[in-house]
Design a protein around this ligand. Structure first.
Ligand code: ADP
Length: 579
């Protein structure tokens, strides 16, 4: 490209110079012919014969000389016979000479049959002075021009060569390193930081390349650092259980993590780059965003997520205002979390408090009513006093059982006493339990027996808790089994672990109530449970004891046929004794 421009420039310059030279040569020739013509004119006066004068002048000047009268008649010509020549009055150079003293013309000569340059002079003031015309063939000028042209082209050629050599040197030493650096800079701009330039020179270019490389190295380090920070942040964000969203004042989401999309029930890509209300139709969130501009401190909202089908889900959103001074934009960080469990716990606690109050209130009201009646005078009547005192005693016992069950349950939930476990034989525990309740069972006409395992069933248990759990199951079984029924307690070791089972032939539990019997204060038949002295907390305690021991409790039942409650425990790891 550059070479083509140089060549074009040289061609144009040469053509222009040639043109200029041609003009210069022509002007010089005209001046030369004019001088010769004046010389011939001056010499004419000394010579008698014009023919002689013309011949002499032509010889000495090497040009054609013509002597013309002012009337146009040719007096003499160095190359033709004057008598045979026509009038020259119409020749342009002659006419110009007559008018201005000097005339020039270029034209084809019929006499010599070639192109000539003519210059004619005369004395304007002298009416008799002849016109002296000097002519040279144009070829003579062309020959000179060719010589000059040759020199010109050689010079231009040499110049061109020097130019090319110079530009090659420039390209090698300056342009190429610059181009390499430009390309490398473009690569860096496109994100390719691995570019490295090599230039084994100690001059400024060498130093520049070195500086460029160290700049690239530094940039690579910085970008790598930034990238690893970004990845770290992205990993943290993507592995967070909470959803994180960055929202602009207009509601536009600029950043969102995976959990946010999952919790809000949308796809990742549907959140970022659009208004939150477009992808998530939750009025509570819309209200929160609408108040964002006035937001000065974190605000928290809970709402039930109805997009999750039948499953109830509660989401908590905490909006924290952020003021981005660099952009002058108001942002808010939204932290979304699944608060279903928290909400459940809260509701359970509220229910529990309400239930406890209710459960406590019933025996207390009875006690206070009996006491009041006795104080009102009934105390004096033996037939009333004794049964009333018995009723007060029953209610007080119920109260005491209720309080101790509540305390037990809260102790189990708090995890206190976990550490006091020992290896005990479940067979022996079951036997002890049966011994404890045999009398009550016999009194009710229920057969209570143990299905003893052939070998001890050793479990790592908290004796007090496990005894309480087993007692609750056996008491329930006796209570809900009518006279003539059977209650069988079994301890066994299976491939899956250890089992403690209490099986009865009692009234059974309806299928729809079975999953709920382990809930606190849940009773299938409230009145019956109360009459039997139940608190509604027995099975909840059993469940907690089982969980605390790393196991679980299951129930199977058929109405009218009986129920089976089974505590499954993990088998203790055999202790390794080093010898
Ligand atoms: P309660 O103190 O009322 O017995 P529990 O938590 O021990 O409370 O039991 C919850 C409910 O489960 C009881 O009210 C009763 O309706 C039912 N239930 C428990 N064990 C049995 C069983 N062996 N047979 C039939 N129903 C049972």
């Amino acid at each position: 490209m550059n070479a083509a421009a140089v060549v074009a420039f040289l061609i144009i310059t040469s053509a222009y110079l040639e043109l200029e030279l041609k003009g210069l040569l022509l002007r010089e020739s005209v001046r030369d012919l004019e001088t010769r013509a004046y010389l011939v004119r001056d010499n004419l006066k000394d010579l008698q014969s014009p023919q002689q004068a013309v011949a002499l002048a032509a010889e000495s000047s090497g040009s054609r000389i013509t002597l013309i009268e002012r009337s146009g008649t040719v007096l003499a010509d160095s190359e033709a016979l004057a008598g045979e020549m026509e009038s020259h009055l119409d020749r342009p150079e002659v006419r110009q000479a007559l008018e201005a003293g000097v005339g020039t013309a270029q034209r084809f000569s019929e006499t010599r049959r070639t192109d000539f340059l003519y210059v004619a002079v005369t004395e304007r003031g002298d009416a008799n002075a002849p016109i002296v015309r000097v002519a040279v063939p144009m070829q003579a000028i062309s020959t000179r021009l060719n010589v000059v042209r040759g020199t010109l082209y050689i010079t231009v050629g040499v110049l061109a060569l020097v130019g090319f050599a110079l530009s090659f040197v420039m390209a090698t030493y300056m342009v190429r390193p610059m181009e390499a650096m430009r390309d490398a800079a473009q690569k860096i701009a496109r994100g390719d930081y691995e570019v490295k330039l090599e230039l084994d020179r100690r001059d400024e270019f060498g130093q520049l390349v070195e500086a460029f490389n160290s700049m690239g190295h530094e940039l690579r380090n910085r970008v790598g650092q930034l990238e690893s920070n970004r990845r770290e942040l992205a990993t943290i964000m993507d592995n967070m259980a909470e959803g994180l969203l960055l929202v602009e004042a207009g509601g536009n989401v600029t950043m969102a993590n995976r959990a946010a999309a999952e919790l809000l029930g949308v796809k990742d890509r549907e959140l970022v780059g659009r208004a939150l209300w477009e992808s998530v139709r939750l009025p509570e969130v819309d209200d929160l965003l609408a108040s964002m501009e006035k937001l000065e401190e974190p605000r928290r909202v809970w709402f039930e997520d109805r997009t999750h089908g039948a499953q109830r889900r509660v989401l908590q959103v905490v909006a924290t205002p952020l003021f981005d001074t660099a952009n002058g934009k108001q942002h808010a960080v939204l932290l979304v979390s699944d608060a279903t469990e928290d909400q459940k716990l809260l509701e359970m606690r509220q229910d529990f408090v309400a239930n406890v109050s209710h459960e406590l209130k019933t025996p207390l009201t009875s006690i206070s009513a009996y006491v009041e009646t006795l104080l009102d005078g009934a105390a004096g009547d033996e037939s009333v006093r004794i049964p009333f005192l018995r009723k007060i005693q029953v209610n007080a016992t119920r109260l005491s059982k209720l309080v101790s069950d509540i305390l037990n349950l809260s102790r189990l939930e708090s995890g206190v006493g976990d550490e006091s476990r020992q290896q005990l034989d479940l067979n022996a525990m079951a036997q002890a339990c049966i011994n404890k309740h045999r009398e009550a069972a016999e009194a009710k006409g229920v057969q209570l027996s143990l299905l003893r395992a052939p070998q001890p069933v050793i479990a790592l248990v908290n004796e007090e808790d496990m005894t309480e759990a087993l007692d609750n199951l056996v008491v329930n079984a006796i209570s809900y089994t009518p006279q003539g029924g059977k209650v069988e307690v079994a301890a066994r070791r299976t491939d899956a672990g250890l089992q403690l089972e209490v099986k009865d032939t009692g009234c059974g539990i309806p299928a729809e109530a079975l999953p709920r019997v382990f809930e606190r204060f849940y009773r299938v038949d409230k009145a019956r449970s109360r009459d039997l002295g139940g608190t509604g907390l027995g099975l909840a305690i059993v469940k907690h004891v089982a969980i605390k021991h790393g196991g679980r409790v299951d129930a199977e039942s058929e109405v009218g046929k009986g129920s089976t409650f089974r505590i499954s425990l993990p088998a203790p790891q055999p202790s390794v004794v080093r010898v």
